[in-house]
Design a protein around this ligand. Structure first.
Ligand code: SAM
Length: 232
């Protein structure tokens, strides 16, 4: 169970209505039972249910069961697309161990307002589902030009360029953490964006194989390539 509260020996953890509903209503847990909790920062803890009610409850942390395991310092930069496919990208990035997820508004991005908190909730759910101890941060959406104006070396960019579809795929040897994968929108990158990235020493254009993939597929493919080359 994810709780946005500090965890430590003897620490009391209040539960909100939603958590209480899940734990006591859906999972039928009762006072005295043990629950595994994590907050994305303090590892995983065994906690005991001290109070159970319809509108809330209270846990007491007993013992750390797994220490925090942070993934390699990899960000996913992606242009938001339709709602359900954007949700999919965030979910998969959290499962695949991205450390930070950044929606980037590019020239051809054609999506409505990005609801950061909703996407963050998806990241939490994905981390919960795959038994992680870490939750990636979903950042506020940022414009492509602002992102690159503020870019901090030595973080490198694995720029997934659909114009390279057909050439051999793979993560170039020069890439290492800290890094960021960049995925474009349905309409791809503009010539100006491609030119801007080509001028950056720390951006490396990469092909994801012979065909042009949908943006959500491309995000998973790029994360998989990265994972295979540099993940742990
Ligand atoms: N029209 C499709 C869609 O609706 O999703 C294709 C979108 S494709 C242009 C979206 C992004 O996926 C590209 O900007 C690029 O970042 C990445 N991508 C897709 N296929 C790729 C490939 N073969 N090599 C590198 N990047 C690729």
């Amino acid at each position: 169970l994810y709780v946005d509260q500090p965890l430590g020996a003897g620490q009391s953890v209040p539960l909100d209505r939603g958590q209480a509903h899940y734990l006591f209503g859906v999972m039928r847990q009762q006072v005295g039972a043990s629950v595994a909790v994590f907050n994305g920062r303090d590892g995983e803890w065994r906690a005991q249910i001290a109070e159970a009610g319809k509108r809330g409850g209270l846990l007491t942390c007993v013992q750390e069961t797994r220490p925090l395991k942070e993934p390699p310092d990899l960000w996913l930069l992606f242009a938001p697309i339709k709602k359900a496919r954007t949700d999919f990208i965030v979910e998969k990035a959290a499962e695949m161990g991205a450390r930070r997820i950044v929606p980037v508004m590019t020239e051809f991005t054609n999506a409505g307002r990005v609801q950061r908190e909703r996407l963050q909730a998806h990241a939490v759910e994905a981390a919960e589902q795959c038994g992680g101890t870490f939750v990636p941060e979903v950042a506020e959406a940022v414009k492509f030009s602002t992102l690159l104006d503020r870019w901090e070396a030595p973080r490198q960019i694995m720029f997934c360029d659909e114009a390279l579809a057909g050439s051999g795929s793979g993560v170039p040897d020069v890439l290492s953490a800290p890094a960021a994968i960049m995925i474009g929108p349905e309409g791809g990158f503009s010539d100006a964006e491609r030119a801007r990235l080509a001028r950056l020493d720390h951006a490396h254009a990469v092909s994801l194989g012979p065909r042009i993939l949908r943006a959500d597929t491309a995000a998973v493919a790029a994360l998989t390539l990265w994972q295979q080359a540099l993940g742990d």
